[in-house]
Design a protein around this ligand. Structure first.
Ligand SMILES: [Zn+2]
Ligand SMILES: [Zn+2]
Length: 332
């Protein structure tokens, strides 16, 4: 199981106070902690359908720690078509074809591929350059608090987007409780006006949690175990029950309150759609059931937690089990 003393944490709608749920500003889903993911793969053969390590993490980082090789990856990323050796060499501007050939050879098979039409990036190469553009390693956000047009779910205060390097909180200016608290790659905000940054962070948070809810770690893509738990260590603060999404490979854990995990559940999307509301395009703090402690523990063995969702006098109640699966739906 997850060792909470050794994980970075992210959470949504946890009602947590600033700095409570992680070690200072490092809370959130990044930086990624690289682990040795190859041990399991060694126990199965390729013939049986295995994912095997083709190079070590050390080698991958070493390959990328070279200006010429990074320039070649960036040139291939910017190109719309595969590039010939000479075009790629011209784009990088080394002027030494022998040296350049050496660098391309090192990248081949992992980050670039040679095709009859020329050199192109592999999916891994795209991923690397995309990560550099997103800026988790190279960029930072510098911004004062940005007002959010919403009231705090927990007191009479109002919300604001608070940015600290790559860590974003949408939190109450008065009681300092968080509605959202997560690491967001700084480059994510670059193409949006500053006043929209809290909404950008909200959308980013949703996709991170939906990824986890679907079973993939947002950090390392490893398998996620979803567990509904009755607040074991005060992590969920004002909420009686919460959900932990724990990666079985890297140990990353994200926390949400039970209601928040239902934002993408089909019956909830349809309930609002039938009433003229696009829940996918409405900030999560607009929905009381997602940010207030309205869930009710109906039983502990088996665990059943009910979340009432109300809109214009109609009520949809969903009951989830210990794995965050919906096991009952009631529309009144
Ligand atoms: Zn407040
Ligand atoms: Zn992971």
């Amino acid at each position: 199981m997850t060792d909470r003393d050794h994980v970075d944490e992210g959470y949504v709608d946890g009602g947590g106070r600033s700095g409570q749920s992680a070690r200072g500003a490092t809370l959130g889903s990044r930086p990624c902690r690289v682990t040795d993911g190859g041990s399991d793969a060694e126990n199965v053969t390729a013939e049986s359908g295995a994912v095997v390590e083709q190079l070590s993490a050390d080698t991958a980082f070493e390959l990328l720690s070279n200006e010429t090789r990074l320039s070649a990856l960036r040139a291939l990323f910017d190109a719309t078509d595969p590039l010939s050796f000479s075009d790629l060499n011209d784009a990088v501007g080394t002027g030494d074809s022998g040296q350049f050939n050496y660098h391309l050879d090192r990248l081949r098979g992992v980050f670039i591929r040679k095709t009859p039409d020329g050199y192109k990036l592999t999916a891994e190469g795209m991923d690397v350059v995309g990560s550099l553009l997103a800026g988790p390693y190279t960029k930072t956000v510098e911004a004062d608090a940005i007002p959010v047009d919403a009231d705090c779910p927990y007191c009479e205060g109002t919300l604001a987007g608070i940015f600290d390097d790559d860590h974003v909180r949408v939190a109450c200016r008065n009681c300092d409780r968080d509605v959202i608290s997560l690491a967001v790659p700084p480059g994510t905000f670059e193409h949006y006006p500053r006043e929209e940054w809290p909404l950008v962070a909200e959308q980013w948070t949703r996709q991170e949690f939906e990824t986890a809810h679907r079973g993939f770690c947002p950090v390392c893509h490893g398998p996620i175990e979803s567990t509904v738990e009755i607040d074991p260590d005060g992590i969920y603060d004002v909420f009686e029950a919460g959900i932990s999404y724990a990666c079985q490979r890297c140990g990353e854990v994200q926390y949400a309150n039970v209601g928040a995990c239902l934002c993408w559940y089909p019956a909830v999307v349809a309930f609002y759609h039938d009433r003229g509301v696009d829940i996918t395009d409405t900030p999560v703090w607009e929905f009381e059931w997602a940010v207030q402690p309205s869930a009710e523990i109906r039983s502990t063995d088996p665990l059943r937690v009910a979340v009432p969702i109300e809109h214009d006098g109609d009520r949809l109640t969903l009951v989830v089990d210990q794995h965050a699966d919906v096991v009952e739906e009631h529309l009144e």
